[in-house]
Every structure is written in structure tokens, then in C-alpha cells.
Design a binder for this molecule. Structure first.
Ligand SMILES: [Mg+2]
Ligand SMILES: [Zn+2]
Length: 233
């Protein structure tokens, strides 16, 4: 296989899609609760909260198909259709992956609906088991010892270090919005670029403690394309 010059890494929630998949499906809770009913609130590990929500759906006959249909209403972030097409056009030079704390079922449902499966070479996220077409069960991606603010079930820096050698690429581009995108940002080199969604947690963290790589702040995927067009792809 021909070596690719660029590695593109995408977060999913609030980066590719314009909302959070985990909280989006709370719409299916009784009376369309905007926040979680009290029985879920005591749990402080996010992973466990989601497990409980999905168990609640199972016990209340909210089907896997309903969850899927709900997720498939979600929209891409502004300009990301164009950004995905830009990557497609240059796929011979770009290795493209997702690293997300969502899960395989949520991400696959959306990529399928948005016809984006061909854009990504690999997806690193929490695995899911669908039991008897009835119950969705999410499992932690891994356990990690990261001392940054990463959740216990996922450190994206660890994922990248375990699976990729940045030195094999001319440039690494990381696209993200959230707090858990800061830790992988710390291993980006001077020649790499982090694309940071304006107005979200990652932007604040970078303002507090700068990263070594180039920073591009975006509101739309078009802002990202404008920077990428200068890469001589
Ligand atoms: Mg995110
Ligand atoms: Zn970490």
C-alpha cells in the first residue's frame, strides 16, 4: 500500500455532528426530558450513566430502532459535508480516522445515514453489543492511567500512541472540540495542526495552556478547508 502523507484524526460529538450523541438520545426519555431523570443523576462515571439510560430504554420498550432513528436525525456541523468531500477528493494522500468517546453503534448509525462510511479508515470508540435486537450495551474502550483530564475509559493520546507513529506522516491534523481532545493535542508536533471548534471546552483549555502545534479555530468546516487548501495536497 502506498504510504499516505497525512493523518487526519476526528473527534465525533460536536465535531463531525453538531451535537452530543449521548445526550441527543435523551429525547427518547419519557416526556422528552432535556436532562436526566433523578434516578440517573447519582452516577459520576459518564460511561455508567449511558449504560443506565440504555437499560432504562430496554425496560421501557424503547427499541434499538427508535434510538437509531433518533440519532439519524442529527445534523453534521456546518461545512462538514464539504470538508468530508474535500477529504474524499484527496483520499489517496490522507489516512482518516475517528477517535471518539461515543460508541460504535451511534457512530455507525450516523455515518451510514450521512453516507460517510467510505471517508474513514478506522474508528476508535467504545464497543457496543446489541442483544437480541432489543438491548444496547456499551463497554469501555480501555482502561488507562492517563494523568490528564481524560475519562478512565478513554485517553485518545494513548490510542494514538498505541496505533500510529506520527513520524510516518508529513503532517497530522486533529479536529476536535472537547476537553478530552486536549491530551492527544499535547503529542502533536510543531508541523501538525489542531483544528479547534470555537466556543467549546478545548478552546478554553488551549487558552490556559498552549499547545506546540499550529492552531486553527473554526466555526465551520469551510474554515478548515481554507487552511487545508494550502497544504499542497
Ligand atoms: Mg467532541
Ligand atoms: Zn489522556
Amino acid at each position: 500500500m502506498l504510504k499516505k502523507r497525512f493523518l487526519f484524526i476526528f473527534d465525533f460529538d460536536n465535531t463531525i455532528v453538531d451535537d452530543n450523541t449521548d445526550t441527543y438520545i435523551w429525547k427518547l426519555l419519557p416526556e422528552g426530558h432535556k436532562s436526566l431523570p433523578p434516578q440517573f443523576e447519582k452516577e459520576k462515571h459518564w460511561n455508567k450513566v449511558m449504560r443506565k439510560v440504555l437499560q432504562f430504554y430496554y425496560h421501557n420498550d424503547i427499541s434499538v430502532q427508535q434510538v437509531k432513528t433518533c440519532l439519524q436525525e442529527m445534523e453534521l456541523t456546518q461545512g462538514f459535508r464539504e470538508l468530508m468531500n474535500f477529504i474524499r477528493k484527496n483520499k489517496d494522500q490522507i489516512e482518516c480516522i475517528i477517535a471518539s468517546d461515543s460508541n460504535t453503534f451511534f457512530i455507525d448509525s450516523i455515518l451510514e445515514k450521512q453516507d460517510l462510511k467510505d471517508v474513514f479508515d478506522k474508528i476508535f470508540t467504545n464497543p457496543v453489543q446489541i442483544i437480541d435486537d432489543m438491548e444496547i450495551s456499551i463497554f469501555p474502550y480501555h482502561k488507562n492511567e492517563c494523568e490528564s483530564t481524560c475519562p478512565r475509559n478513554m485517553c485518545k493520546k494513548t490510542i494514538l500512541l498505541d496505533n500510529y507513529q506520527f513520524n510516518n506522516y508529513e503532517k497530522v491534523c486533529y479536529f476536535g472540540d472537547g476537553k478530552n481532545d486536549y491530551c492527544p493535542g499535547t503529542i502533536l508536533r510543531k508541523e501538525d495542526i489542531i483544528f479547534v471548534r470555537k466556543g467549546y471546552g478545548l478552546e478554553k483549555l488551549i487558552k490556559q495552556k498552549d499547545l506546540e502545534c499550529e492552531k486553527v479555530y473554526f466555526e465551520s468546516g469551510i474554515d478548515c478547508i481554507n487552511r487545508l487548501e494550502n497544504l499542497q495536497l
